[in-house]
Design a protein around this ligand. Structure first.
Ligand code: FAD
Ligand code: SF4
Ligand code: SF4
Length: 493
């Protein structure tokens, strides 16, 4: 039976943590939401109606036990709330901040559907875990017993790290390899500080190191170490390399100077924030300060680029997206934040050509309309004849999505099975590829997706690796079924 503290959704209005004043936040890279006081978190958690069938939990990729940790928070039993929330999630404080809750847990809360405004699940999850860090409740993993078997993980993003944590809990010796010089994958060099403070990622890195996860940074598999050597060193291998090949656009002038792929722009900005020397930023090339910026794309990456450009002091920031607002892949919450910060969105707009002699000076923008749905079920954008105009630009940032790199070629492993999209193909029951002892997780399996799905995959793979190493699955690699062969990666844009 629900605690008497709960079901307060009628008498208590929904509140998110305060957003910092836009005139201040658009000039710095600090997180935009201020923290909650304990009383506020308790009050907001008490709005939950403790559903018998909690749709919030069903729609959370980690199936977090949301009603239980909401009730414990409402009762002031925060340490227990933390134990429950961290049992299913390696990075609750990250997910609480950057999950698109409107599409996942909160979007499916029954209170939202009854018109009272969703329980602010993400903000409570953040509050619980931030408190746990402050109180010293987040302790390194100490397995009940150490095992001799070792697992090599390629990629220190959320997928690889979630697997590392779970494997350490079972006592495996874990080494994570990454070509970057820091741990975190897109959490460190992709997602900007105003959404996810880098300190949150680095304190988790330290926690993993304290949990005796080994990191080999600046090591690129396929360049510094062959995949065959990696397999020879470990009893099992997990590929969690993410997707990094920027999608390109064919248009006249696309090769002009000052047209950059999104990750080049975001990585430079994130490195600058982390205190690195970034010559291409310092000489002004990748700095939006004082410039007219045009960003092309409508996903989370585009939203991060426009908001980064605002903070760097751009004179103007315009986002071009070829579909309309309702059909964009990025989170509506992020669009709203960007609009508040002064970004101009031009929906149903696509670059037709880029102007300039050597350096870009403008974008010819073609007006679009939405035609009938295509094979993917989405309405395809079509040009509106005769409607095109020139937009001035000093810098253009292309955020059109990412595809996987060609791992079988890069790694000299033609046997590594990939789909026709280049994502690594696994058996969805055993999580293993057709190569014995080789598993895969995260974006490299799904296509560009979300942190929370990478965590889910990493945890599932760790369990599958445990089964494999304890002999339960140590048979010939399974044949793929026709359905698995046709398995498509998630849409990205
Ligand atoms: P990654 O995080 O990409 O990590 C892969 C790691 O593998 C990297 O560190 C890479 O250096 C390493 N690697 C690759 N190849 C090799 C190799 N050959 N040898 C060694 N190391 C290698 N998701 C959300 O949920 N919310 C958001 O708000 C959000 N915002 C985003 C903003 C941007 C700009 C981008 C690009 C993505 C965003 N995402 C967001 C998506 C999310 O970041 C990814 O889905 C998630 O990070 C995928 O995790 P992963 O572990 O599969 O891969
Ligand atoms: Fe919601 Fe994401 Fe937390 Fe799940 S992990 S409860 S989807 S914020
Ligand atoms: Fe509580 Fe909403 Fe989840 Fe129901 S759906 S358990 S009200 S958070």
């Amino acid at each position: 039976m629900a605690s008497k503290q709960m079901l307060r959704f009628v008498s208590t209005a929904r509140h998110m943590p305060e957003k910092r004043d836009v005139s201040i936040r658009r000039r710095d890279f600090d997180e935009i939401y201020a923290g909650w006081a304990e009383q506020k978190a308790e009050e907001q958690a008490s709005r939950c109606s403790q559903c018998g069938v909690p749709f919030c939990q069903v729609h959370c990729p980690l199936h977090n036990n949301i009603p239980d940790w909401l009730m414990l928070t409402a009762e002031g039993r925060l340490r227990e709330a933390y134990e429950v929330s961290s049992a299913t999630n390696t990075f609750p404080e990250v997910c609480g901040r950057i999950c698109p809750q409107d599409r996942l847990c909160e979007g499916n809360c029954v209170i939202e559907q009854s018109g009272h405004g969703t329980v602010t699940i993400g903000a409570v999850e953040t509050y619980i875990t931030d408190t746990a860090w402050e109180e010293g409740w987040v302790e390194p993993v100490v397995p009940a017993r150490e095992r001799e078997e070792s697992v090599g993980i390629v990629g220190a993003g959320p997928g690889g790290l979630a697997a590392a944590e779970r494997l350490r809990r079972r006592g495996y010796q874990v080494t994570v390899y990454d070509r970057y010089d820091r741990v975190g994958g897109l959490m460190i060099y992709g997602i900007p500080n105003f959404k996810l403070d880098k300190e949150i990622v680095t304190r988790r890195t330290k926690w993993l190191e304290d949990s005796k996860v080994s990191f080999e940074l600046g090591v690129e598999i396929g360049r510094d170490l062959t995949f065959a050597d990696l397999r020879a060193k470990h009893d099992a291998v997990l590929i969690a390399t993410g997707v990094y090949k920027a999608r390109a656009m064919q248009a006249p002038g696309v090769g002009l100077k000052n047209i950059f792929p999104a990750m080049q722009f975001l990585t430079a900005s994130n490195r600058k924030g982390l205190g690195d020397e970034v010559p291409a930023f310092e000489d002004g090339t990748l700095d939006a300060d004082g410039k007219k910026i045009v960003v092309v794309g409508g996903g989370d990456t585009a939203m991060d680029c426009v908001r980064t450009a605002v903070r760097q002091g751009a004179e103007s920031v315009t986002c071009l997206y070829r579909r309309d607002r309702a059909n964009m892949p990025g989170s509506q919450r992020e669009v709203q934040n960007a609009e508040e910060e002064g970004v101009v969105f031009r929906w149903l707009s696509q670059p037709e050509a880029f102007h300039g002699d050597d350096v870009v000076t403008g974008v010819q923008v073609q007006k679009m309309r939405l035609g009938p749905a295509d094979a993917t079920g989405r309405r395809a954008p079509k040009p509106v004849e005769g409607e095109s105009e020139l937009l001035e630009a000093d810098m253009v940032i292309m955020a059109l999505g990412f595809d996987p790199e060609e791992l079988p070629t890069l790694w000299g492993e033609p046997e590594l099975p990939v789909t026709r999209w280049g994502t690594v193909r696994i058996d969805h029951t055993t999580k293993m590829t057709a190569m014995d002892g080789v598993f895969a997780a995260g974006d490299i399996v799904r296509g560009a997706s979300l942190v929370v799905w990478a965590i889910r995959d990493g945890r599932d793979c760790a369990d599958a690796i445990h089964k494999y190493l304890t002999g339960l699955e140590k048979t010939a690699p399974p044949e793929m079924t026709p359905t698995q062969k046709a398995d498509a990666p998630a849409a990205a844009e």
